[in-house]
Design a protein around this ligand. Structure first.
Ligand SMILES: [Zn+2]
Length: 272
């Protein structure tokens, strides 16, 4: 559930604490989120390393270590990352990384649907190559967006959420962007005309930028890197507003699960 704006917020909150920090002891309380390393090897690889850079790619937080390894964390659904001044008993703590100065980087995840990877440079290159372009990057033009979404019978909402096509957009911001662009989420992506691609391109970038500025959307579990709720949930235009008046035309917002099994909120009158 944390999408681009939420993980970007976490990265920005953690960056001043983590950049340049030396990793001490690593405690792994629950190892099922580790995807490509055994706990002991994982802890050994991290201990003593310095964190060179804190970045985000798509919905992943990426910590580049001084030996070129990357610690990649995708806090799906119920995962959160915060800095703690001391170790506290927490049944949902998954990973506890002691940093110099006595602080802890804590990953907690109630349902443990998140993913933690430790990747050498060549594995990272292959991993990131499978993800689509970053929608807030300066080179992400309307033409690039059109090429990334591709054609075919796939519903435009599904194409927008496909991480191989465009990075970082999930269910909340796909709903919002399609409402802003006045496009029916169920339409086949091949049927969109050039002005509609241009509107959707603008809408995606606009809503993601505003959500980053608002520190992300907390509907249920998302927490920022300082442990608080995001601020964008009060500014959602259509997500979660089934039956309420459309903010543009005043008629009722509809809800369907027929497109991709997820909740799709849309205005049947002004999204065509
Ligand atoms: Zn409407």
């Amino acid at each position: 559930m944390p999408e681009l704006p939420e993980v970007e917020t976490i990265a920005r909150d953690l960056r001043p604490h983590l950049t340049g920090a030396r990793i001490g002891a690593v405690r792994i309380h629950k190892s099922d989120v580790l995807r490509n390393a055994k706990p002991a090897a994982f802890a050994r690889a991290l201990a003593g390393r310095r964190i060179a850079e804190v970045a985000r790619r798509a919905k992943h937080l990426v910590l580049l270590l001084d030996d070129g390894l990357r610690l990649v964390i995708q806090p799906r659904m119920t995962g959160s990352l915060t800095i703690a001044r001391r170790q506290r008993p927490d049944p949902y703590a998954v990973l506890d990384v002691l940093l110099d100065g006595g602080r802890h980087l804590v990953y907690r995840d109630v349902r443990r649907l998140g993913v933690i990877l430790l990747l050498p440079p060549e594995s990272w290159a292959a991993y990131t190559a499978r993800i689509g372009p970053e929608p807030l990057a300066s080179g992400f033009t309307a033409a690039r967006f059109g090429r990334a979404l591709g054609g075919g019978r796939l519903a435009v909402k599904k194409a927008l959420m496909d991480q191989r096509r465009v990075a970082g957009v999930g269910n909340i911001y796909a709903n919002e962007a399609l409402w802003i662009a006045r496009i029916d989420p169920s339409r086949p992506v091949a049927g969109l005309r050039a002005p509609e691609f241009a509107r959707l391109h603008r809408a995606v970038r606009d809503v993601l930028r505003r959500a980053v500025a608002g520190r992300g959307t907390t509907v249920r579990d998302y927490r920022t890197g300082t442990g608080g709720a995001g601020g964008f949930q009060s500014r959602l235009a259509v997500y979660g507003r089934a039956g309420e008046p459309c903010l543009r035309c005043g008629r009722h917002v509809a809800l369907t699960h027929a497109i991709d099994g997820r909740a799709t909120y849309f205005c049947p009158w002004c999204q065509s």
